[in-house]
Design a protein around this ligand. Structure first.
Ligand code: CUA
Length: 178
């Protein structure tokens, strides 16, 4: 009699343990699935497999449009003032070294900078210009180049295998005659 009671107890115990195990196996599988989906989403969304940049241009307060970033990169806005538009993508700046930005010394220049995929660091060597290019956000900074010469845009935020290839070129010519 006592042996059957023990058997019944053990049977119930094993059944409960199995339910417990099944529950935890299920929870583990769900967690793996959620992490997998999150990883795929991050790769697709944040690493530019599908770059969603269009929404930044719908913002009425955004001081730059998609068309601005698709032009030559330089827009004269006054007698001695210019806007410059730079888009970072893995792994180049647009405009890049192939199409140097040409600006006169002494001009008031406002740089508008964004990213089409991941974070990039927009730095112009030899100047104080250093801002982060953020997907979905247009940052801006104003600067006046006092000395003619060649300046290079680099990327100072590690963004992958071709990070060091992200270079742009700015040619500052002599002062425009007032
Ligand atoms: Cu872009 Cu480093």
């Amino acid at each position: 009699m006592s042996s059957t009671t023990t058997d019944a107890f053990e049977h119930r115990f094993h059944q409960a343990a199995q339910r417990h195990e099944r529950a935890w196996v299920f929870i583990s599988v769900v967690m793996i699935a959620v992490l997998f989906i999150a990883a795929v989403y991050l790769v697709v969304h944040d690493y530019g497999v599908v770059a969603k940049t269009a929404h930044i241009y719908a913002d009425p307060n955004t001081p730059a449009t998609l068309a601005d970033f698709q032009g030559s990169g330089v827009k004269q806005t006054g007698p001695n003032s210019y806007n410059v538009y730079e888009m970072g993508r893995i792994w180049s700046w647009t405009p890049g070294t192939g199409t140097p930005l040409t600006l006169p010394a002494g001009a008031h220049v406002t740089f508008y900078v964004t990213s089409g995929d991941v974070l990039h660091g927009f730095e112009i060597q030899g100047t104080s210009i250093n801002l982060t290019a953020i997907p979905g956000v247009v940052g801006h900074v104003s600067y006046t180049f006092d000395k003619p010469g060649t300046y290079y845009i680099i990327c100072n935020e590690y963004c992958g295998a071709g990070h060091q290839a992200m270079i742009g070129k700015i040619v500052i010519t002599g002062r425009a005659q007032a």
